[in-house]
Design a protein around this ligand. Structure first.
Ligand code: IYR
Length: 238
């Protein structure tokens, strides 16, 4: 037991008193600068595409580490930071994940998914063949921690886990994109096999595999994926 506790122990400070700090690194922009920066960021994010064909060009581990540090800055319920990122570069390890994912996906596409679901996936062009899981240089498996364990081996509850991990994942995808990398959010169904393959405890829920790398020379994107709802449909102003 001490081994396990130590391995998965959270470093959340145990003291729960409230201390205030002045805002660190405060920065203020003029309205014009805000407009310029928000436009420029929109143009940058417009160039983010979910890609399924990868080149085997390696990516330095430091880039992955920096981007996961960005994910770790995300806001979370009670600042519990209920996430863990298992990063995999080793080819044999990636192959094991691919084999297990493709096995699940074969049953998914062969009938476990409803006709309605398969119909919704048609314009995306997905199937049970997942070569990107071994071609891309990095896989990041994102785990959500429903509970955590403190350094004394006591279990505690986390809050708004899905929301927190979703925000951190958004930070991660954005950080990887601005670093010049391409990602694919892959959700094999079911994903429980990832706990064993990434050596994570049963209290953690695998949320997705993020495939990370550079697109293959002949990579494409589904036309359907480039249709985005217009602003007046996604925003109401009161
Ligand atoms: N997990 C499958 C199916 C899949 C489901 C949705 I919703 C997608 O947006 C894409 C794929 C797969 O990864 O192929």
């Amino acid at each position: 037991m001490p081994d396990k506790t130590e391995k998965y122990a959270s470093s959340i400070p145990l003291d729960n008193n409230y201390v205030e700090l002045p805002i660190p690194d405060r920065w203020t922009l003029s309205d014009d600068e805000m407009i310029k920066k928000s436009k420029a960021f929109y143009e940058l994010m417009k160039k983010r595409h979910t890609v399924r064909q990868y080149s085997d060009r390696p990516v330095p581990r430091e880039v992955i580490e920096n981007c996961i540090k960005v994910a770790g800055l995300a806001p979370s319920g009670a600042n519990h930071q209920p996430w863990h990122f298992a990063v995999i570069e080793n080819p044999e390890h990636k192959q094991k994940i691919r084999d297990a994912a493709e096995e699940e996906e074969r049953t998914f596409y062969a009938g476990r998914a409803s006709d309605e679901w398969l119909g919704a996936l048609e314009p995306i062009g997905t199937n049970d063949h997942k070569p990107h899981l071994t071609t891309a240089p990095w896989l990041i498996v994102i785990f959500a921690q429903r509970t955590s364990t403190d350094r004394n081996g006591r279990k505690f509850k986390n809050y708004y886990v899905n929301e927190s991990v979703g925000i951190a994942t958004g930070f991660l995808i954005t950080a990887l994109h601005q670093a010049g990398l391409t990602t694919l959010t892959h959700t094999p169904n079911p994903m429980k096999f990832l706990n064993e393959l990434c050596d994570r405890p049963a209290s953690e829920k695998p949320e997705m595999i993020l495939v990370v790398g550079h697109p293959a020379e002949d990579a494409t994107v589904p036309k359907h994926a480039k249709w985005k709802k217009p602003l007046d449909e996604i925003m109401t102003v009161f």
